[in-house]
Design a protein around this ligand. Sequence first.
Ligand code: GAL
Length: 410
Amino acid sequence: MKNWKLAAGLLLSVALPGSAMATDLEVTHWWTSGGEAAAVAELAKAFDADGQDHWVDGAIAGGGGTARPIMISRITGGDPMGATQFNHGQQAKELVEAGLMLDLTDVAEANHWKDVIYPPSLLDSCTLDGKIYCAPVNIHSPEWLWLSNKAYEKAGIPVPKDWNEFVASAPALEAAGIIPLALGNQPWQSNLAFGAITVAVGGLDLWKKINVSKDMDAAAGPDMAKVFEAAANARKLAAKSTVQDWNQATNLVITGQAGGQIMGDWAQGEFAVANQVAGKDYTCLPGLGLNEYLSTGGDAFYFPKLKDADKEAAQKRLAALLVSPEVQVAFNLKKGSLPIRGDVNLDAANDCMKKGLKILASGNLVPSGDMVWSADVQKQAEDLMVEFWKTDMAPADAQAKWVEILKTGL
Ligand code: GAL
């Protein structure tokens, strides 16, 4: 028996003429929730489809804050993957500046990325010295409030139409044994919630003054003090939310154990996997229902330089595929994100995605925090925010510390 297996193994190991072995490409990312995995499967399926290439999945659990240091150390440590996810913005800036990442300008030009990718800021954040180093794959906006229709039915009150009504609904939710606000324990989740409340309560102009014009007087001013007070009130609503990961918090909303969650539109992937229908089972409020805008966050893939011509060719095939109309539709519908090009048919989009597409078309857009602040400032702000949300830190103290952090990024 053993000899037969050995012979079969030897035979299979010889690549027969005309049946070239597929090129393996290891792809790292932090998409490990149900909805995220469903979306990744669409990318892998597309890449494997013609048999020329093979997607070797390198999922890293724990979210971006855990995954990115691993990705960066592998690339700088001489153990690069074939492709890796980062957020739009500055997270891979130093890797590109160090000459460790593959120039994709030829792929971008051959596929007219400059004409099809919208908003153009997505490609700008991939560009250094006129060369393009990443393939944008989606637009995610963090500033959404997700509400459980079931929880409000149980509490006997109408589903809120905005953040203020949501805060006012908390006593009725608590009386019904429901956690008002679901929030996980990762730093980026606290920072995301704070950013969303900033625009909802402080307004778009204040957000732009601080994050685009970098006006530190505004950051230290009375309007921002109101935002910190609103965030301090919100943290009381999340006091009984003891989960860690964002999708566990989303599950509290899906199951009606919590009334709402401030989370990016990637939460849609979880509702979809739970077979819940937007508008029927859950309600989504972009800009927390107060300021309908989108910040163009989201994800792009970068490709470390490899000393292998076949793998480099496969990297460029993957980059082109990620931006292609077919993959943009298949991936974003599962991911709950918006496509990075306007020439695709998204009739299959659900009510929430349609709200997002309408805002995208309106141009009511702002850059994401990842684009306007360095990775270091973002990390410091996240660490402050998780402390603020999980302790009784005074709003004024938090604001003072926050301003000092922003000043390090000027
Ligand atoms: C974000 C990323 C999204 C999403 C989220 C939670 O940084 O842009 O794609 O999946 O993390 O993992």
